[in-house]
Design a protein around this ligand. Structure first.
Ligand code: ADP
Length: 360
């Protein structure tokens, strides 16, 4: 028992960088079992971690090495659970967590980030979907390389279109590529709700909502009617983009949706020929915004031709070349996002039955 207690004490204090907490604080230690020879430790974390598991195991080994317990077996599993959304907004049965990806301005790379993050989280073992909420300017069909209209098996709900392991739906799947959406606000917001509620999502751990730029009708509907677990802001580093990014941040704060942090996109450009770094849109703006508003800077991605090309081909860089520096950055940001979600308040709403009051 003494060995187990000492191991527990040491494990409890190991810092887990993606959650920013110790293994003890996140309740990761499930079991410590003394075997005939050696000890088996079982850990459970609340986010997908297939590419991180080995690093974590090595870290734990190096701490426990001092105790000379041999052999030491460390089992690490991941269990993703639903976290709370805005109060009063019912959660969806088939979707555990909804992540809104927002920006102030258009063209800063929000859709690019949403797509690659979806692929990165899926690569780590999460079941991921994308809802393209940009009704007026959908990009996801092109970026995810989905073609054709969604099927309906029951004549009521649409089946999500799956490509690269990501379930998705976009208004772009329902209209011709060059058809402009000339709709007033209520029609666009109605379409968003239909896309969300009338798609037959299949047991998703995370549904990423790729929002339109700004803070308009779609955002209002999202905040009031869609159960959002958390939001992430994407911005280029320059002041003009950050100004609007701050408005998006304030919008989520108003409706009490936790903002996990800001991602700086188009953060400098390194010339592939001479290696000169040209900060076309500046650099470090997101870091400044993060410290000003006490949120995290989740990561920064440079301007990169391979990334742009991969998106144009519908084969996101995380799928095309997982070993590239950019893909590794997306994996890292994806882990930060899902790890931070894993420590938000749990969703208990689906555990309670609906109470119906009837005249008798
Ligand atoms: P938004 O969703 O903010 O409107 P997009 O994701 O559609 O922006 O990106 C706009 C354009 O910029 C796209 O052609 C995309 O491929 C390109 N792009 C986005 N991020 C980068 C980057 N880091 N490097 C190079 N091109 C990028």
């Amino acid at each position: 028992m003494e060995t187990e207690n000492t191991i527990k004490k040491l494990l409890n204090e190991i810092y887990e960088p993606y959650t920013g907490k110790t293994l003890g604080e996140i309740g990761a230690i499930q079991n410590i079992e003394k075997l005939k020879a050696g000890v088996k430790v079982t850990l459970e974390l609340g986010f997908p971690l297939s590419g991180y598991e080995e690093t974590l195991r090595k870290n734990i080994f190096s701490v426990l090495e001092k105790m000379a317990v041999k052999p030491l077996k460390i089992d690490i599993t991941s269990k993703i659970t639903a976290r709370a959304a805005q109060r009063g907004v019912p959660t969806l049965n088939q979707v555990k967590n909804i992540i809104a990806i927002a920006s102030g301005k258009g063209g800063v790379g929000k859709s690019t980030t949403a797509t690659n993050l979806a692929c990165a989280i899926s690569h780590e073992g999460g079941k991921v979907g994308i809802l393209d909420a940009d009704i007026y300017g959908p990009s996801q069909t092109k970026m995810l390389g989905t073609t054709g209209k969604p099927d309906s098996l029951d004549g009521k709900k649409m089946e999500p279109i799956t490509n690269h392991g990501i379930q998705s739906i976009s208004i772009g799947n329902l209209i011709k590529e060059d058809t402009p959406m000339i709709w007033r606000g209520p029609m666009a917001t109605g379409a968003l709700e239909q896309l969300l509620n009338e798609t037959n999502w299949k047991e998703l751990d995370y549904l990423i909502v790729d929002l339109p730029p700004g803070t308009g009708d779609i955002h209002l509907t999202l905040c009031q009617k869609i159960p959002v677990t958390a939001a992430v802001i994407v911005s280029t580093p320059q002041d003009i983009a950050l100004l609007d990014a701050k408005k998006a941040l304030k919008m989520f704060e108003k409706v009490k949706v936790p903002v996990l942090g800001v991602i700086e996109n188009m953060s400098g450009h390194i010339c592939p020929k001479c290696g000169y770094e040209d900060n076309i849109f500046g650099k470090g703006g997101a870091k400044k915004m993060a410290s000003e508003y006490s949120i995290d800077e989740l990561g920064a991605l440079p301007i990169n031709t391979d990334l742009r090309h991969s998106m144009d081909c519908g084969n996101p860089i995380v799928i095309e070349n997982i070993n590239s520096k950019i893909s590794q950055a997306y994996l890292d940001i994806g882990r930060s996002i899902t790890a931070k979600i894993s420590i938000l308040n749990k969703d208990f709403s689906r555990k309670f039955p609906n109470i119906v009051v009837e005249d008798s």
